[in-house]
Design a binder for this molecule. Structure first.
Ligand SMILES: [Mg+2]
Length: 236
């Protein structure tokens, strides 16, 4: 049996689990945690958040890809005036630790664990995420030989940094021997495809393909993934 593919990389958020309920819960719980300590805070809406993000990026460019730092800085801004200058940093960092703990309370899509187990027997598996979930804090961490976040890549997908770092995990690996699996049309599929990496689009929401290259192969259900990969890439 020859395998064209030697390494499979996976996005995390919205690929292995549904991210919205996870983040929403973490956000709400962390706001409560902070308000328990400093009193009521005006959190603002999405526009306020985006404006604050812009302001923070102007002061520190690394905030474009360091989303943990972004969150801590936002907490600091919100706590400002409600705690002593000495306490602000400590509170913001503790709030972020609490957020991270809640952010790892995820529910895997059905079939994820068994697909990863099967695939890990034949391929090197890795994680490529723009988020700050740590796969090694989850039970499925054992199936992955590496994990690259935006912090390590110092950039975000679709930039090539994540993919380049992944490639460096196997000597002489070619991009055409890699397969990337993800939900995001641009960050995952366009980013990987542009380098010549094979792609599988996780499209459980049955979204319309909107990019200007050929519709990639897609799957809707993790229960089928190992079989799809076997049929597509493993010749006997
Ligand atoms: Mg995603």
């Amino acid at each position: 049996m020859t395998n064209k593919i030697k390494m499979i990389t996976f996005d995390l958020d919205d690929t292995l689990w549904d991210n919205k309920p996870t983040i929403t819960n973490a956000e709400i719980k962390t706001r409560e945690w902070i308000e328990d300590r400093v009193g009521t805070i005006e959190w603002g809406d999405l526009n306020d958040f985006l404006q604050l993000r812009e302001t923070l990026i102007k002061k520190d460019r690394s905030i474009t890809w360091d989303i943990s730092k972004l969150r801590i800085e936002i907490f600091k801004e919100k706590i400002k005036g409600l705690a002593s200058a000495d306490d602000i940093t400590k509170l913001a960092e503790d709030a972020f630790d609490y957020f991270l703990k809640k952010r790892h309370e995820i529910k895997l899509f059905p079939g994820v664990e068994s697909a990863l187990k099967t695939l890990s027997e034949n391929y090197m598996l890795g994680v490529l995420t723009n988020g700050n979930a740590d796969i090694y804090k989850l039970s499925i961490g054992k199936y992955f030989e590496f994990s690259i976040s935006s912090l390590e890549a110092q950039n975000s997908k679709p930039n090539k940094s994540h993919f380049e770092l992944a490639k460096s995990h196997l000597p002489n690996l070619k991009y055409s021997e890699m397969l990337h699996v993800g939900d995001h049309q641009i960050n995952d599929i366009l980013g990987a495809h542009a380098l010549g990496i094979e792609v599988l689009w996780f499209n459980n929401t049955r979204a319309i393909w909107k990019q200007d290259f050929e519709n990639p192969d897609q799957f809707y259900d993790w229960q089928n993934l190992a079989k799809i990969i076997e049929e597509k890439y493993e010749s006997r």
